[in-house]
Design a protein around this ligand. Structure first.
Ligand code: HEM
Length: 333
């Protein structure tokens, strides 16, 4: 008989919200890819707290994150792409996400709609706007950029045709080492071309079949993870020279535990009710190893996952040069 002890951090109640609400992604001491989807909205409890109770999580980084997105878009408008046939899907997303966000934040946000006329109030941004569904000129910055200014998530829109899914629109300022401009117009399975293992293991084809069967209004979610040096949301291919070289020097840096972050994406998959497009929301959370280490179960589990991760997966995630140092630090306690 074996007895499993669940180590609870005695100080969980005093941990800061960024740790208590963090979607820690590992359920065991090793990690492999899978089509890990589950219905959205269910709260997941962790050793430090809980996450997942809301579709559009608003946290302490809300204002800085949306400001950061604005800056990225000003510097590089190619992070927003809409092929002409996807305009209705963007309006469908507005009519779906704003009411959902108002419902989740009744003290600070409200959405009212009569026919096509809408009013959106967001006191966190001192905002009170009226607009008309379907009329791009009713939102001066355009509908997709406007929606991106209200939520922390990146957005990707997939069109379904010819028995496949196509990435035909999106607003992605916080990509984990990929490029929306490069991927727009591509098929779901082409987009996953660079990912090791997933083709052989039929993960991509099974995920695509699952997504193509989603019914209007259905919402699912999954998590994905990688690692990033510093709290840097924009690790797009376009800004590669700004962030990639840190990966080669961080193992020697005594500040590694504060600089290396576990980067977790909570990804929602929603069949939009009117356009029939699939909306893929990607919400990025970053937590430094020094914070991970404040939760003993997380410290040990992440240390073991990093030590055990096969080299092809570590290489793809861009962590192969420092994952051993990070793992050793975590496991040293
Ligand atoms: C159930 C659905 C899905 C599964 C199982 C899945 C699986 C994966 C996996 C395993 C990776 C590698 C992640 C890493 O190691 O960091 C990945 C990367 C990626 N996924 Fe997905 N994914 C799904 C949905 C989507 C959707 C809907 C999109 C939007 C079109 C998407 C776009 C991407 C992109 C752009 C990358 C980065 C590829 C690159 O390196 O260029 N995924 N996905």
């Amino acid at each position: 008989m074996s007895i499993t002890t669940i180590h609870k951090d005695p100080d969980t109640a005093v941990l800061p919200e960024r740790i208590r609400g963090f979607p820690f992604p590992y359920s065991g001491d090793s990690y492999r890819y899978s089509a890990n989807v589950e219905p959205a909205g269910k709260t997941v409890t962790t050793e430090a707290g809980a996450w997942g109770g809301r579709l559009l999580d608003i946290d302490e980084y809300y204002l800085p994150d949306v400001k950061e997105r604005e800056g990225v878009l000003d510097r590089d408008p190619s992070r927003l792409q809409v092929l002409p046939h996807m305009r209705p899907a963007v309006w469908d997303a507005i009519a779906t996400l704003l009411p959902a966000m108002a419902e989740e934040n009744p003290g600070t946000m409200s959405f009212r709609r009569e026919g096509k006329n809408c009013r959106w109030q967001n006191t966190l941004q001192n905002l009170d706007v009226e607009f008309t569904i379907g009329d791009d000129s009713s939102l001066p910055m355009g509908p997709l950029r406007f929606l991106g200014s209200q939520i922390q998530d990146d957005m990707v829109f997939l069109d379904q045709r010819e028995d496949a899914l196509w990435l035909d629109a999106g607003l992605v300022t916080f990509a984990a080492d990929w490029s929306l401009k490069f991927d727009v117009g591509m098929k779901f399975h082409e987009i996953h071309g660079p990912v090791p293992r997933v083709k052989e293991e039929q993960i991509v084809s099974r995920a695509e079949q699952f997504l193509m069967r989603l019914q209007p209004g259905e919402k699912y979610r999954r998590t994905n993870w990688t690692m990033t040096i510093d709290r840097r949301l924009d690790t797009s291919t376009e800004t590669y020279p700004n962030w990639a070289q840190d990966r080669g020097t961080i193992a020697e840096d005594p500040a590694l535990p504060d600089r290396v972050h576990l980067r977790v994406e909570v990804q929602h998959l929603i069949r939009l009710p009117h356009s029939g497009a699939i909306l893929f929301l990607v919400r990025t959370y970053l937590l430094p190893l020094s914070d991970i280490a404040r939760v003993p179960v997380w410290r040990e589990r992440m240390g073991r996952v990093l030590a055990e991760l096969p080299e092809d997966m570590a290489e793809y995630k861009g962590i192969s040069r420092y994952r051993k140092t990070a793992s050793d630090w975590l496991l040293a306690g």
